[in-house]
Design a protein around this ligand. Structure first.
Ligand code: PLP
Length: 394
């Protein structure tokens, strides 16, 4: 029996639930073998080390990498910081003219801030605009690469608010043509789209466990070995992860992340087809009930499950959410949605502040049911009508 007020979770870009198979895989590494994977003098430590190695192979396989190219971190925030600041700080100690670091206006805050922080370290950050559909204009990137010797290009695979998929193969090819390193934040892409570090010529790729139905607090950074990409570590310590990321490896989280990646490689394409069908059915139902509803971001180059919806009638997304408390949706990225400011991602598309404030982000996932979709469409339409009535009344 489903209770009428059971929350409907449509915020899978903020985080995904851990898959029950992930929880089962993690359990023995909390309860039975809690050893430090670095304690290779004893049997329990060696067993933990072997479990970490197996998980590393699953993460690597998901993106076409070798296990030795995967570093475990605390999540995509740390991976992005390590990729961007680590590459720059290593280069700072080398004789190189390359000072420009390029990223996009719609990147996650942790990428934008990492790039901007480098200004204080003698680098020249350049934040490129995107087109109104959210995609990078390749001619704009090419011009920026021609204009100044560039150390690094960092472009996300899938945007966490509007779901658009950048043309990573073309971007990677341009970066390499100009001798720059190519980093991509693939936190929203892993498990949702096929990823292959060779095909897109990535030097560095960031992943997050909790965006791929794995645990929170674990992530990875892919660091290319051939040719070898050099980074300066952010932390000093025991020298784990090839000296690039010191700290005791959290074996349970790593095992869970590995299992999540193993499942994603097997089931990701099936998930994507089903989720896209549900997303389209939701859109059709909602558009019929809300005339003038607009979708933000390119419709074709979009990850399954994402909708960025601007509501008509002068209502705010906040008011709609208050009128539909059973729905877990968001106004933008989870980190910045507490701010009153409209989303900088939507503003980068050129949306007027009023339209940005009337925008909801929907993220469907592996565990979204057809009934969730139908209930959510009806609840949102009703909430929009109530929000319009109360805004007229006030
Ligand atoms: C969630 C997310 C991050 C941050 O990942 P954490 O693992 O939570 O640190 C970075 N980039 C994008 C695109 C994300 O969606």
């Amino acid at each position: 029996m489903t209770r009428p007020n059971r929350p409907i979770y449509l915020d899978n870009h903020a985080t995904t639930p851990a898959d029950p198979r992930v929880l089962a895989a993690m359990r023995p590494w909390w309860e039975e073998n809690f050893a430090n994977p670095g304690s290779v003098e004893h049997a329990m430590g060696r067993a933990a080390e072997a479990a970490v190695a197996e998980a590393r192979a699953h993460v690597a396989a998901l993106i076409g990498a070798e296990p030795a190219e995967i570093l475990f971190t605390s999540g995509a925030t740390e991976s992005n910081n390590l990729a961007i600041k680590g590459a720059a700080r290593f280069a700072a100690g080398q004789a190189t003219e390359r000072r420009r670091v390029i990223t996009l206006a719609t990147e996650h805050k942790c990428v934008l801030e990492s790039v901007r922080d480098l200004a204080a370290e003698g680098f020249a950050p350049l934040v490129l605009p995107v087109r109104p559909d959210g995609l990078l204009d390749l001619a704009v990137l090419d011009a920026a690469l021609v204009e100044a010797p560039t150390l690094l290009v960092s472009v996300m695979a899938v945007n966490n608010e509007i779901g658009v998929v950048q043309d990573l193969a073309a971007i990677g090819a341009l970066a390499k043509q100009h001798g720059a390193l190519f980093h991509t934040d693939a936190a929203q892409a892993a498990g949702r789209l096929p990823l292959d570090v060779a095909a897109i010529r990535a030097d560095l790729m960031s992943l997050s466990g909790h965006k791929v139905y794995g645990p929170k607090g674990i992530g990875a950074l892919y660091v290319r070995r051939r040719p070898r990409v050099r980074l300066a570590p952010l932390f000093s310590g025991g020298g784990q992860e090839r000296g690039l990321r010191s700290g005791t490896l959290p074996a349970p989280l790593i095992v869970g992340f590995g299992e999540a990646c193993r499942i994603a490689a097997l089931e990701g394409p099936l998930d994507a087809g089903r989720i896209a069908g549900q997303r389209d059915r939701f859109r059709t139902a909602l558009e019929a009930a809300v005339p003038g509803l607009a979708v933000n971001g390119d419709w074709q180059a979009r990850v399954a499950g994402n909708l960025s919806l601007s509501f008509p009638g002068g209502v705010t997304a906040q008011a709609i959410m208050e009128a539909a408390p059973e729905l877990c949706v968001s106004t933008g990225s989870a980190c910045s949605s507490a701010e009153v400011e409209p989303s900088y991602v939507l503003q980068a598309l050129g949306l007027a502040p009023e339209r940005a404030r009337a925008t909801l982000r929907i993220g469907m996932g592996r565990f979204t049911s057809p009934m969730d979709v139908d209930r959510a469409a009806a609840a949102l339409a009703a909430a929009w009508r109530r929000a319009m009535e109360s805004s007229k009344a006030s």
